[in-house]
Design a protein around this ligand. Structure first.
Ligand SMILES: [Ca+2]
Ligand SMILES: [Ca+2]
Ligand SMILES: [Ca+2]
Ligand SMILES: [Ca+2]
Length: 291
């Protein structure tokens, strides 16, 4: 039995040694093993330290994958950016142009045109073309003449008639019988007011050398006696087209009733003194449509 006990003791001793022996080397592993399953910061740190290699390498892997994906994306982006670079780049550089008239929204805001309407004033010329031509995209008729910008060959210069009136012939007929009546008037009583003293026949030429018609040409025919205006007659020939040239004859008569009494007295004095009054006629105040 003693031998049996001794064997048992030896056996236990061996078992203890076997146990203690490995315990020394396995201790840290056991600690780590325990730490691994210890909740808390330390444990996590420990686990992190332990698994950092693995997990970081797996993270690295995933980062690498991510890098790979992002580099793929970059490649795609580069591809996308590269392909339309020429097409998209100007679009990216130029401002938005909602109505597509060639003027950016921002600029339209600043110049006061409608960024949603390529032809702000609706005259048939789009805003950009108006800009190029120097016309006002907000004004159908930039130069305020008679023609809108879309038909005006000189949209920034007023089209206008330019009319000249020339006398090709003036014929003054002085009626001396009537003069005698005028002279006799103060002596024998009042002269007949309807007695014609002088008659003018004027052959006039009207020419429009401008670049627009005029709907009227008005002028005054003015009688003078001795430099004094005694009668004024207004005439109107009506429309004169571009380049039109017309001849027209006018007859003006000067009657006793047209002559102020002071001029009658002057005429009488002339006759008494053996001199002649000077009759004259002129065209004045030529008026037509101008822009
Ligand atoms: Ca625009
Ligand atoms: Ca326009
Ligand atoms: Ca115009
Ligand atoms: Ca014009």
């Amino acid at each position: 039995m003693a031998a049996g006990k001794a064997i048992l003791v030896i056996g236990i001793a061996v078992a203890v040694i076997l146990f203690l022996g490995p315990l020394g080397t396995l201790g840290p592993s056991l600690t780590n093993f325990l730490n691994t399953f210890t909740p808390g910061d330390d444990g996590e740190t420990g686990a992190g330290a332990e698994t950092s290699d693995g997990s970081s390498s797996s993270r690295e892997n995933s980062l690498e994958e991510s890098d790979a994906r992002s580099s793929e994306r970059e490649t795609l982006d580069e591809g996308r950016a590269g392909q339309p670079l020429t097409g998209e780049s100007p679009e990216a550089e130029t401002e938005p142009d909602t109505d597509g008239d060639g003027i950016s929204d921002e600029e339209e805001d600043s110049i006061g045109t409608d960024k949603e309407n390529p032809d702000t004033d609706g005259d048939g010329v789009n805003d950009r073309d108006e800009n190029d031509r120097g016309t006002d995209p907000r004004d159908r008729n930039s130069d305020d003449d008679r023609q809108n910008d879309n038909v005006d060959k000189t949209p920034t210069e007023k089209n206008s008639a330019f009319v000249r009136v020339m006398a090709s012939k003036f014929t003054m007929e002085e009626d001396y019988t009537a003069m005698a009546a005028v002279i006799l008037g103060p002596i024998s009583g009042s002269p007949n007011p309807n007695t014609t003293v002088a008659r003018i026949t004027a052959d006039l030429v009207f020419e429009n050398s401008g670049d627009d018609f005029t709907s009227f040409v008005k002028f005054d025919g003015v009688f003078h006696v001795d430099g004094l205006e005694v009668k004024r007659v207004n005439s109107n020939i009506g429309r004169l087209d571009i380049g039109q040239k017309i001849n027209k004859q006018f007859t003006y008569t000067l009657k006793v009733s047209d002559i102020p009494s002071e001029v009658i007295n002057r005429i009488v004095r002339h006759v008494v003194e053996g001199s002649h009054p000077v009759f004259a006629f002129e065209i004045k105040n030529i008026d037509y449509e101008k822009f």
